[in-house]
Write a protein that binds this ligand. Sequence first.
Ligand code: SAM
Length: 588
Amino acid sequence: MFSYCNALIVPHASSLTLTCGLNSLLSLPAFSSMDDDEQHLNHNSVESDDDHSLVLELSENDPLFEKKKKLLEAKGFDPKGRAYFNSSCSPNSLNSTLEVMLQRARIIHLDEVEFYFAGVDLLHPEGVYSPRNELDAFHSILSVIDESLSSGKHMIKNVLQDLRKATVDMICEFGDKIRKETRIVANSSCNTEKCLLQWGENNGVRTKLEIAYVEGAGRGAIAIEDLKVGDVALEIPVFVIISEELLHESDMFPVLGRIDGISSETMLLLWSMKEKHNRNSKFKCYFDTLPEVFNTGLSFGIDAIMNLDGTLLLEEIVQAKEHLRTQYDELFPALCNDHPDIFPPEMYTWDQFLWACELWYSNGMKVMFTDGKLKTCLIPVAGFLNHSICPHIMHYGKVDSTSNSLKFALSRPCNVGEQCYLSYGNLSSSHLVTFYGFLPQGENPCDVIPLDIEAAQTDFTEDEHLLSNWTTHMVRGTWFSKNHEIFYYGLPPPLLDHLRRARDPMLQTNTITQENLEIELEVLEDLRSTFEGMMETLGETKLDNSSSWDVKLALEFKDLQRRIVCSIVTSCYAGCKLVEHELSKCMA
Ligand SMILES: C[S@@+](CC[C@H](N)C(=O)[O-])C[C@H]1O[C@@H](n2cnc3c(N)ncnc32)[C@H](O)[C@@H]1O
């Protein structure tokens, strides 16, 4: 049993990404396609000893393995993931095979946040959960078909080829729905960028992209021809990647190597601070393209920070900056005093250090090398790719052992003249503001407000509460939800379930009884008052065109928070009305 009080719900003190991202200086939230998803999903088995089936298997390494397995079973899918087809597959049965594979792949590729919010929707064969999930689902289907085709084991190649074509057609259709217009800023020369491209090509880089200034995002990469699913838009030989290998050749290495506990990422950051001034650097063309200022949240001035009052981002940024300052003070001025020839003081000021941190945070990519090591790297040319919630390129983090290069292949088509977007990972807007300095276009499904709920642990069993046994809770904009009906209201089902059971552990949920409806009302009223309080703390935002870049960004972020909180309050009000209506019928 546990107690319940009115002030149960408070927003989490700090964001999860931040606390794990800043443990050491460059255990950086560098962007990565090697997210949890890929790390546990690339073990998906595609082997099938049956000529007439394909296997999309759920990996046992998936942290949601048990939940997903139960869900697949509840939906009548074989968790082993076999999809059957026959040699005389008609277009109709081909489409239904594909539909089943897609439904299964969507579930397999749900991340924790998607699973949490989808809740009961998961039990119905409903469409897209998020653009990322959809593209990952398609990607895994294509991979399975391609592996099957290349293994040559299948007798019915023509059916597989038809299935492949149908999948690509569906991806194109989906791509058309999420396509964004590309606005190139005229009159901006890209001379240094062209030099870098030329240098890259001389060193084996292959690209179907050119660099241009795009509206609202600095430089971006534009397709120079129509690119299809699977086409490689960019290929970077390992030789051109800036990674810790370079450290070993540097005179800094013996000195830094003697510092207790220093990470190779921090060493590389210190190396880059000096290398950018080296006229003979192999990477001079790359350093020449880097901006003088990065304008991320880490450079927010006091006015911008003050404008974040009432949001968790304020604390995130302050903590992040304090952490960096501590790291800096641990190293400097000691290194400059002891080795002024290796660490010239004018190159190792606090401002230069912050610049380098912003460089690595906003441009560092995690790459898995052929020896299996995951390293944070700077990747010339690839560093021009901007991020999108609906990216073209999602899987790029693994060096291809045959070509010894990193390949950026397309998960959806990109037409000539269109900006080609990368996925930096499933990142919230607060993370993007802090470490990258922008808010993405479109609704970001990763924008959640984590909640601390003070209730004691429940004694629910895993079996009974497959979709509701969560130890952490959160909210997000209720516009993402498909279900605003009674008992759902667009709010996260696990949160509602938890709050109901905190009042009555024996509750039989989702049945219309007077007792249930009264509990519904209490839960909705509590949620509403909590989020109305949050709304008051956020106050009003007034965007002013004369404001500086950081104040504007802070206010835009605050506005986003207000929209999220406001949607929750509105959903609670609408929910109360629904419940009151039902209650009046019960009492009549
Ligand atoms: C890896 S760089 C990409 C190239 C960058 N636009 C440039 O001009 O160097 C990452 C930075 O690009 C910008 N950026 C990336 N995606 C963006 C987007 N969708 N909207 C606005 N800015 C974006 C941010 O400033 C971010 O810190």
